[in-house]
Design a protein around this ligand. Structure first.
Ligand code: SF4
Length: 753
């Protein structure tokens, strides 16, 4: 951790001058988000103001976090970068691959066995390159980061969409793909479009049944799942300062559900208390010294409309508990209206399972408040009518809440403690009977509730609420129960009412843990061997992509002309393919299998121009590769939207596709293609998409003078001997053209350029 303290000190030392430069460049007071972003410019002190929602800016994040499903490809790429060590503090967290079935101990044992080769690989590669390794069972990435690494005013990227959880402690924390993580670990800058800013002013104070979770459930209802796109949500006001740091983490975590780039709170007494409570008084002391820089300038919060692109105000004193769902996290119901909604919509009122915990809601405060209800259930002779599970976010929280008797209380209520891992939150839930696909209801304190996400059953109606509300409803076994007004009949036939939950933000005896599950890397990893079985079907070391041959590309076969929406899921499907995320050859068997072929309107059925027969897309492309024939993929608008997963760019590159020509790209996917050395081109005239014919052989001309802003020519050689010549655009800058020439950005990094 000494490395971290030095790093944080270096960040804080720069704050006064960098923020002064940013104020000068913008000519106005700054929001907290702007302060942190301007303090992390790759160019150093700001020389000019950036335009929100327009300017692309290079940043220098302070750290990187990766979860086990995404870390595999990120680290396989990093191994190609030719670095001895990571350039910034980085960690790997084994949390996504553990399946919940019977309970923590048995499930963890099984997962260690089943995923042994992946864990061995991640442990050894971490050890070699100076990356902290959190073993399976240590906890969920975002909770472990909040407890150990998040710091006010810092900037991190993480290969998981809920990375913004660290915003609860005042950090700009953003979810990215593995290729971005690889770049930052290799010491390269990281590019982001300067975000727009949404201010959320919190007044009043939470009380009774309402918790921090209800703030974000309410915000999700206001902004919807797309309302935060391209924006950072900055919370402020006296209400914000009244929330615990972990409560703030919950709110920032679920900013991902409104599409926000990230969410953030300023540094306050609660942040300091959490830092001190998690054994980081040294960081709190340092933050105290520069606290005026770890909040917005006072003029900003006094006149938020002037400085934010949008402002929302929520009075915590009037906020009701909320339940959101089913199937989408932005369908927000105040508790008082929920029972009627259940009846009107015909949702199953019987509650089958209540699940608390996860990276979103497993703080000491959450668990202690939920346990206060469980204790009431025991005292009032109310046995939980639903199944009830508890997923601690980290071993530190689990150990501490066990020491303080809470797990014992859950046990008495009939609860089952699952491993400190993602489990049911990411579909790693061997739920008995789910295969029958019966219509049923569950409620969780997690963040997402899309169809099939928890148990694979499309008919499971999943609702999201605070751990307190989940617990109360699990005791009742009934979605229409309102614990604020209704009574329950106990085992003795008496009517009893649940009192308001009570809890503690931090343990009075402090946190404790016997084995947190952390493995520090070797001081000198040069002799550490990275373990990858050559026969593995889940892991494969990467080979560098070949550099450009220096000539125009002639005779490319049309692999597919994709029609309509072609997202990263269409290009590289998730679900069962998750297990191959570390094996480029095997996962390439899902390449474009979801894309619709323009000519027959079918998926995964394209013409093999060598044989004239129709076959699956990956199979046809493998034939082209075998015969040394290049190919091209043609697509429609916004090609590659969706996730930032680099597999969608690596697979076509690996199988020998030479260019992707579309009407328009989703920006992250376009960058991913460029990074992998692929030609990413757009029709100068989108109507030229219609000129492409199924049997075309295609030439790309002008590459020898490939230059920024200069169009290329594409010649369509049709089967009947006729030709069309069209102009295509590209957005490569000079540096990116070098990526193309070298075969990939990684090849250049490796060459030390
Ligand atoms: Fe993602 Fe759920 Fe795991 Fe959190 S608990 S990191 S939301 S899968």
């Amino acid at each position: 951790m000494a490395f971290d303290i030095e790093m944080i000190k270096a960040v804080y030392d720069k704050y006064p001058t960098r923020i002064a430069a940013a104020r000068k460049a913008t000519g106005r007071p700054l929001t907290l988000t702007e302060k942190i972003l301007y303090a992390h410019l790759s160019e150093g002190e700001a020389k000019a103001a950036y335009e929100r929602g327009v300017s692309y800016v290079d940043f220098k994040p302070d750290r990187v976090a990766m979860q086990d499903a995404t870390a595999q490809m990120a680290l396989l790429q990093f191994m190609q970068a030719g670095r001895d060590q990571v350039a910034v503090p980085s960690t790997v967290h084994c949390d996504h691959l553990i399946q919940a079935e019977v309970g923590a101990v048995a499930d963890l044992t099984k997962a260690k066995d089943k995923n042994r080769e992946v864990y061995d690989f991640l442990a050894s590669v971490s050890n070699k390159y100076g990356i902290g390794f959190w073993k399976p069972g240590a906890g969920i990435i975002h909770q472990v980061v909040l407890e150990n690494y998040a710091f006010p005013g810092g900037m991190m990227i993480g290969t998981d969409s809920h990375t913004p959880n660290a915003g609860g402690l005042g950090m700009i924390a953003i979810g990215v793909g593995g290729a971005d993580a690889c770049d930052v670990m290799a010491g390269l800058p990281w590019e982001l479009k300067f975000p727009k800013l949404i201010g959320v002013k919190l007044t009043g104070k939470l009380s009774g049944w309402t918790s921090a979770k209800d703030v974000i459930l309410k915000v999700a209802g206001i902004l919807t799942v797309k309302g935060g796109t391209g924006a950072v949500v900055e919370y402020f006001g006296e209400g914000a300062n009244s929330l615990s740091a972990t409560g703030k983490g919950t709110i920032c975590n679920m900013g991902a559900e409104i599409g926000a780039t990230t969410s953030i709170f300023g540094y306050d007494e609660k942040s300091a208390a959490y830092l001190r409570g998690t054994d980081r008084s040294d960081i709190a002391d340092m933050a105290d010294q520069i606290k005026e820089h770890l909040n917005a300038d006072s003029e900003v919060y006094a006149n938020p409309e002037q400085y934010f692109d949008q402002v929302i105000e929520i009075n915590l004193s009037e906020l009701e508990p909320h339940i959101n769902g089913p199937f989408t996290p932005d369908l927000a119901w105040p508790l008082s209206k929920f029972a009627a909604a259940v009846k009107e919509n015909g949702w199953p009122a019987k509650l089958e399972v209540g699940l608390i915990g996860s990276c979103t809601n497993s703080s000491y405060e959450d668990i202690s408040r939920a346990a206060s209800l469980a204790q009431q259930a025991v005292d009032k002779k109310l046995l939980a009518k639903s199944e009830y599970t508890i997923t601690p976010g980290s071993e530190q929280v689990r150990f501490t809440v066990e020491r303080d008797g809470f797990l014992n209380v859950f046990d008495k209520m009939g609860g089952v403690v699952l491993a400190n891992a993602c489990g049911p939150c990411i579909g790693q839930w061997a739920r008995h009977g789910a295969e029958k696909q019966e219509k049923n209801s569950i409620i969780t304190s997690f963040n997402r509730n899309f169809a099939k996400r928890a148990d694979g059953n499309p008919n499971t109606h999943s609702f999201v609420a605070s751990p307190e509300i989940v617990t109360a409803l699990a005791i009742a076994g009934d979605l229409t129960f309102n614990p604020m007004t209704d009574t329950l009949t106990n085992e003795e036939g008496q009517q009893v009412k649940l009192e308001e939950p009570r809890g503690l933000e931090l343990p009075t005896k402090g946190f404790a843990v016997e084995d947190a599950g952390y493995q520090a890397p070797a001081e000198d990893g040069s002799s550490v061997e990275v373990i990858v079985d050559p026969k593995s079907e889940r892991l494969q070391l990467l080979e560098p992509f070949q550099p450009w041959e220096g000539t125009d590309l002639k005779g490319l076969k049309l692999l597919i002309k994709a029609k309509g929406k072609c997202t990263t899921d269409h290009i590289s499907m998730a679900g069962p393919w998750l297990r191959f995320r570390g094996h480029l050859d095997n996962i390439s068997n899902n390449m474009l299998i979801g894309a619709v072929n323009f000519y027959n309107e079918e998926t995964n059925k394209v013409k093999n121009q060598l044989s004239g027969e129709y076959a699956e897309v990956p199979a046809v492309q493998r034939q082209y590769k075998l015969h040394g024939v290049g190919s091209i993929v043609v697509g429609d608008e916004n090609y590659g939207e969706g996730s930032s997963r680099e597999h969608a760019a690596m697979e076509p590159r690996f199988l020998g596709v030479r260019a992707i020509l579309v009407k328009s790209f989703a920006r992250i996917h376009e960058t991913n293609l460029k990074k992998q050395g692929m030609l990413a081109l757009t029709f100068a005239n989108p109507a030229d998409y219609e000129l492409i014919q199924e049997d075309d052989s295609i030439d790309i001309v002008g590459l020898e003078s490939f230059a920024p802003g200069v169009q290329l020519t594409v010649v369509l050689n049709h089967a009947d001997g006729s030709k069309d010549e069209i102009r295509v655009n590209h957005t490569y800058n000079a540096g990116q053209i070098e990526w193309f020439k070298a075969g990939s950005a990684l090849n250049l990094i490796k060459a030390g350029v």
